[in-house]
Design a protein around this ligand. Structure first.
Ligand code: GDP
Ligand code: MG
Length: 602
């Protein structure tokens, strides 16, 4: 396939607008997967993706399609790259777009343009991609394609007559999609007679084949047996297998200019496969491709084995999983309450949740995670700077005077039906937000931009926003740098002993309320024990909230369950099960849920 018969495109959309379903239909239409057989959302391979109905990893599928081109039937090679829609994974989206020349911008015909439609449109627009608007779900009774066309015009200056109308459900309009891809998206621009340059898009570890690299051949060609070098690491490899994702791996022995596919080259670990790296033929001199901005970790949390002895198992599980998710950062840390564990950095809260779930589901690791935190910066009078990814590491009595506290902020895009404007403004100002923009998309929908501290978003902002708008709000955010802020460290003490894994950093104006909520929550989650327990929240040596859990009266258990043997046995079983997930701090047993629940307080 020469370049002019290749099209690389992606499907981008707000979550649930039908990207994955549309991808399924296109795969069926081209005979890549059989109709009615494969599972729905074929490209969502991970269990989390299936359970949550979201796409986490971008996937590629190569399709072949016959098209009448300049008067004769010609086969085209089409590479479809499915992308995740959620904000946390926009990093994955921008990587995928780097291998594309065009994108289908899918918009739900009833819901219209949403926050991630805006975010994804700009990602594609900034990458100079040809954009084909696809108004999907036109089969719905509430579909209003004309309104969506007007929105596309007013928000993105897209010509309404360019929009395709489809239903990925009934199949209506789908026959127009691939011809539009072929006619409106330019072929890849690479030079076939230049030395090889290929962009490393992603990598994963396969038990049988080893490290599989997902690549886009920008210039030249790559063949089985070729010797290649990495611009990032300087290491050399021999290509032992090369082919396309159809979407299963199909060896082809060669990838030509403009193609997207995979190579296997005897890399031992995915750590050698740097996403965004340029691979080229040994001994040729080439200018490396621009690559990608490194992933920015927005949320950090400690991960500890639920059972202290499982440290090695957790270590192994995390290593295996980060092999396939290079966007997580991992460093070892020790907590006096929880023992040895890891500090992990994530792209966002959903990314963190997904990582936890995958650890449990795919690697059977049981973990306790600490309250998520954002990376704060503390500056001292001697000019030193401390980046705090774990509140416990912030010294209570620093050697030098604190001169500034800085917290990361984001610019949030919120789209809502107009009647909810009032409550959203209230929510954003409670969360210390600053309004940057407020306008209307059309007569029914408002568009707002706020600068907000990242911390205020990390803690349950999206759920709250959804609940005050009856689920109608859509939301997206992007990094907006640091701002100075009035921050304090809040310690949690049990019987006078501070629990390092529960320390948090909060804005001074909220310390009182957060402290109160923390101790009340803990009181609910810690079981009464044989002695009295005091639960306190403190800033430095000043206690700002306090609760007392009275001692359990002896023989309560014997009295209640004395007569009923099976219930007693069940209870003991349950207790044993619970023990696995208990942590002892001093003499106080803390159930795992306490750590999880603390996460939800603001
Ligand atoms: P994604 O999050 O953008 O990948 O969206 P999905 O493809 O997972 O689709 C979200 C939901 O919308 C699923 O329940 C689909 O069955 C449904 N859906 C997708 N396309 C259509 C359509 O054209 N019409 C209708 N009525 N439902 C659709
Ligand atoms: Mg999807």
């Amino acid at each position: 396939y020469p370049c002019d018969k290749i099209r690389n495109f992606s499907i981008i959309a707000h979550v649930d607008h039908g990207k994955s379903t549309l991808a399924d239909r296109l795969l069926e239409l081209t005979g890549t997967i059989r109709k009615g057989h494969g599972q729905p959302q074929y490209l969502d391979k991970l269990q989390v993706e299936r359970e949550r109905g979201i796409t986490v990893k971008a996937q590629t599928a190569t399709m072949f399609h016959k098209h009448n081109f300049l008067g004769s039937d010609t086969y085209f090679l089409l590479n479809l790259i499915d992308t995740p829609g959620h904000v946390d994974f926009s990093y994955e989206v921008s990587r995928s777009l780097a291998a594309c020349q065009g994108a289908l911008l899918v918009v739900d015909a009833a819901q219209g343009v949403q926050a991630q439609t805006v975010a994804n449109f700009y990602l594609a627009f900034e990458s100079n991609l040809a954009i084909i608007p696809v108004i999907n779900k036109i089969d719905q009774p509430t579909a209003d394609p004309d309104r969506v066309k007007a929105q596309l015009k007013s928000m993105f200056d897209l010509d309404p007559s360019d929009a395709l109308l489809t239903s990925a459900k009934t199949g209506q309009g789908l026959e127009k999609v691939l011809p539009a891809v072929i006619e409106r998206i330019p072929p890849p621009p690479g030079k076939s007679n230049s030395p090889l340059r290929m962009l490393l898009l992603d990598s994963y570890y396969d038990e049988y084949k080893g490290v599989i690299c997902h690549v886009a051949v920008v210039d030249g060609a790559v063949r089985k047996g070729d010797k290649i070098s990495s611009a990032a690491t300087g290491r050399s490899y021999e290509i032992s297998d090369v082919g396309i994702m159809h979407p299963e791996l199909i060896p082809t022995g060669v990838l030509l200019t403009g193609q997207v596919g995979y190579v296997v080259s005897g890399m031992r670990s995915t750590k050698e496969a740097r996403v965004g790296d340029t691979l080229y033929h040994c001994r040729s001199t080439v200018e490396p491709l621009p690559g990608f901005k490194p992933a920015k970790h927005m949320v950090f949390s400690g991960l500890y084995p639920a059972d202290g002895s499982d440290f090695e198992a957790l270590n192994h599980a995390i290593e295996r999983l980060t092999c396939n998710d290079a966007s997580v950062s991992v460093t070892k840390e020790t907590s006096s309450a929880l023992g040895m564990g890891f500090r992990c950095g994530f792209l966002g809260l959903l990314h963190m949740d997904v990582f936890h779930q995958r650890l449990e589901q795919e690697h059977e690791a049981h973990v306790i995670s600490t309250v998520p935190t954002v990376p704060y910066i503390f500056e001292y009078s001697d000019g030193s700077k401390l980046i705090v990814q774990n509140p416990a590491t912030l010294p209570s009595n620093p050697k030098h005077r604190l001169t500034a506290c800085l917290e990361p902020t984001v610019v949030a895009t919120i789209i809502i039906p107009s009647e909810y404007v009032g409550s959203v403004i209230t929510l954003c100002s409670e969360r210390r937000g600053e309004q940057l923009e407020y306008s209307f998309i059309d007569s029914q929908r408002a568009f707002m931009k706020y600068r907000l501290p990242l911390r205020e978003i990390v803690v349950d902002f999206y759920n709250e926003l959804k609940s005050i708008t009856s689920g109608y709000a859509s939301f997206d955010y992007e990094d907006a740098g640091y701002q100075t802020s009035d921050l304090v460290k809040l310690d949690v003490l049990l019987n006078g002993q501070s629990v390092d894994a529960m320390a948090t950093i909060v804005h001074k104006s909220k310390a009182q309320r957060v402290g109160r909520e923390l101790v009340e929550k803990l009181k609910k989650f810690i079981d009464r024990q044989m002695f009295e327990i005091t639960i306190q929240a403190a800033i430095g040596s000043k206690v700002i909230a306090r609760e007392t859990l009275s001692a359990m009266r002896k023989n309560v258990l014997a009295k209640c369950y004395g007569g009923d043997v099976t219930r007693k046995r069940k209870l003991l079983e349950k207790q044993k099960e619970g023990k696995r997930r208990m942590k002892r701090v001093g003499s106080v047993d803390i159930p795992q849920e306490a750590f999880h629940e603390l996460l939800k307080s603001s």
